[in-house]
Design a binder for this molecule. Structure first.
Ligand SMILES: Cc1ncc(COP(=O)(O)O)c(C=O)c1O
Length: 442
């Protein structure tokens, strides 16, 4: 504003410049900037070996012929759903039902491979697990008295979604075999004493991102018991479950969910391709009177019409075609990838043993040995901040993720996350040697 010659305040014509303070507060939260920061530093050091991305191995895509997958799905629409050629193509090109077009395939895969007792109508296909988290949080939390509990550390996507939605978040400590359940009970009590309630608890029982922790069977049982006792809903993220060895995989919480306390969140990003942006959720809880027969999935699909409208039918066709090619088996898709990622993880752990268990690396570097998943959590003797990452990239050609970004509070400052998923064996070997050189220089 400027003051004119008659003393009137006039608006001066100039391009609008916004202050960050005028925008939603979450944008200034480091959680929201964390992914962009890593992408940006990766671009600046293209020759660095990156243990940062939790993305699937790019070689995986060589085996996927998108056109063939789509053709396979179109054939299914004609042969099994009775559509003519034009109707089938139209289904892929138009706006679609907000709940999705491959729900029956996903539900059948979950029934068959994971023993879930669910109907097709309890499934909503989402734009990745990220949208599933966002929608579940939006629909389940009514007011700011409804609190999200997360295991600390947790995947940034859930914390970021909560920030975007202005949801209060409380944290639960983690043990080597899952969430600290005594602490969880105490947190629920504490939240209740403040006139609020823990409404949802986000957990990733299978090789969580970023800690790699596997929640054991007794803890899974007690989690379900606590959900009943404390009256909260579990958001179970199954992203890395497919990396469990055939002999050691544990049942999903959803498979043990007698009282419908679990909303399941899943994704095809790691077993197929993240570019398809296809995930799903299972929400089989009843809403309203018995007569109304509405499910939570219906409410979530309604909310989705105001977010992404529907998940791209073309992306769904790609995933649907891949599933059909494997007789509808989700397990078969996962098993094909499991070997690659289990191999990479054991190569990384071996390479760390060989390179880091001898001088000159500092003796106070320690790391976990997860039994699956993509990630190894490592403790280092100095603060793992952006400046240290910059130095690691510039002077030693190796990138990693600072663990602090996965914590809600200020823990994790002296920890890094190493991901094995994106690299070839020789890169894992060279990367571990570079990391040893870097840690030795501290
Ligand atoms: C634990 C976890 N959940 C969800 C996601 C998001 O997956 P999507 O690509 O389906 O949004 C990721 C991605 O890295 C993840 O690590």
């Amino acid at each position: 504003l400027a003051v004119g010659n008659k003393g009137l305040r006039m608006r001066v014509s100039a391009p609008l410049r916004l202050s960050p303070d005028e925008l939603h507060g979450s944008l200034q939260d480091p959680v929201l900037g964390s992914m962009m920061f890593l992408n940006e530093i990766t671009k600046r050091y293209p020759d660095a070996i990156s243990f940062a991305p939790g993305a699937p191995h790019p070689g995986q895509f060589d085996e996927i012929d998108v056109r063939t997958c789509v053709e396979r799905f179109l054939a299914h629409l004609r042969e099994d759903r009775g559509l003519d050629d034009r109707q089938a193509r139209q289904l892929l090109c138009e706006y679609g039902p907000s709940r999705g077009i491959i729900n029956d395939l996903v539900a059948a895969g979950l029934r068959r491979d994971h023993g879930l007792d669910i109907t097709d109508s309890s499934v909503v296909i989402t734009a990745g697990a990220q949208e599933a988290m966002f929608l579940a949080l939006r629909v389940l939390n009514r007011t700011r008295d409804d609190v999200l509990a997360v295991v600390d550390p947790s995947y940034v996507g859930i914390i970021g979604a909560a920030r975007l939605l202005d949801l209060p978040v409380v944290t639960v400590a983690e043990t080597d075999h899952g969430p600290d359940l005594d602490h969880l009970e105490a947190v629920c009590r504490d939240v209740r004493s403040r006139g609020k309630r823990v409404r949802t608890l986000y957990v990733a029982p299978d090789f969580a991102n970023p800690s790699g922790t596997l929640t054991d069977l007794p803890s899974r049982r007690r989690l379900l018991h606590l959900a009943d006792q404390e009256d909260f809903i579990l958001l179970e993220d199954t992203t890395y479950g497919f990396t469990a060895s055939q002999w050691a995989s544990l049942p999903m919480l959803k498979a043990m969910d007698a009282n419908k306390r679990v909303v399941l969140l899943g994704t095809f990003s790691k077993v197929c391709l993240p570019g398809a942006r296809v995930g799903y959720l299972v929400a089989d809880q009843s809403v309203g009177d018995a007569g109304a027969r509405r499910l939570l999935a219906d409410e979530i699909a309604t909310a989705k019409t105001m977010v992404t409208v529907n998940t791209s039918p073309i992306g769904q066709a790609v995933v649907g075609g891949m599933l059909l090619d494997r007789g509808g088996s989700l397990g078969a898709l996962g098993a094909e990838r499991m070997t690659l990622y289990r191999g990479n993880l054991s190569l990384l752990l071996d390479a760390l043993d060989r390179n880091l268990r001898r001088p000159p690396h500092p003796p106070d570097v320690t790391w976990r040995r997860p039994a699956g998943g993509f990630f190894v959590r490592m403790r280092i003797p100095v603060a793992a901040d952006p400046a240290l990452l910059e130095r690691s990239a510039a002077e030693h050609g190796v990138l990693w993720t600072p663990m602090a970004q996965f914590f809600v509070g200020d823990a994790g400052t002296h920890e890094i996350r190493l991901s094995c998923s994106y690299l070839d064996p020789h890169e894992i070997e060279t990367g571990a040697a570079r990391l040893a050189g870097f840690l030795g220089s501290l």
